[in-house]
Design a protein around this ligand. Structure first.
Ligand code: ZN
Length: 203
């Protein structure tokens, strides 16, 4: 399996990091070794002094496909949850300045925390899925799929032009504004609507 991630998919977050609004989805990848399940401790990476959380909606791919049309995209995922795209912001800033790839800042071990999946039902309005993120019980991020620059189905279509989607792949769909630092001892909790699907302690 692979983990496909989308950057700058919410205008308010692109702005807070001083990035332009993209004309096309910004895509990067994390390897399988980046996966961290809920209630598994996350160890602060030794190479960073500025670790950020980015809470995101995460999709689970349920069908193999390539060149998927947007109107068929909803057949290709059947699970949704919240996840944390852990980012070594200090390393990413350095890499960005030099025009180098982001992997060291974004794709390190356990950098893709993924909550418990819930089934995507036909009744679910994909354009109105709310999520929230708490650091030490304080609300720090609020997102809604309706505010995405590229909708879930548009992302599936775009990604599949470049990368075949395979059953079990995960897609991190980008983070809204409110990203920030986390430190050892922090308790991070992510909610899809009212359900707490992910809890991570930073050790
Ligand atoms: Zn992200």
């Amino acid at each position: 399996m692979k983990i496909i991630c989308v950057g700058r998919n919410y205008a308010d977050h692109a702005k807070e990091l001083g990035n332009d609004i993209p004309d096309e989805p910004v895509i990067f990848m994390k390897p399988k070794s980046a996966l961290l399940q809920s209630h598994t401790p996350f160890y602060y990476p030794e190479f960073s002094n500025e670790l950020h959380y980015e809470c995101e909606l995460v999709l689970r791919v349920c069908k193999n496909g390539k060149y998927i049309q947007e109107r068929h995209a909803s057949n290709y995922y059947n699970g949704i949850t919240v996840g944390i795209d852990f980012t070594a912001r200090d390393i990413q800033d350095e890499l960005k300045k030099k025009g180098l790839p982001w992997e060291k800042a974004k794709a390190f071990d356990n950098s893709a925390a993924v909550g418990k999946f819930i089934d995507v039902t036909p009744a679910m309005n994909r354009k109105n899925i709310g999520f929230t993120f708490y650091k030490n019980k304080e609300l720090v991020q609020t997102g809604n799929s309706g505010n995405m620059i590229f909708s879930i189905d548009a992302l599936i279509a775009n990604i599949s032009n470049y990368f075949s989607l395979n059953i079990g792949d995960l897609i991190f769909t980008g983070t809204p504004a409110g990203v920030g630092e986390c430190v050892v001892g922090d308790i991070l909790e992510a909610f899809l609507e009212k359900d707490n699907l992910l809890t991570v302690e930073v050790k």
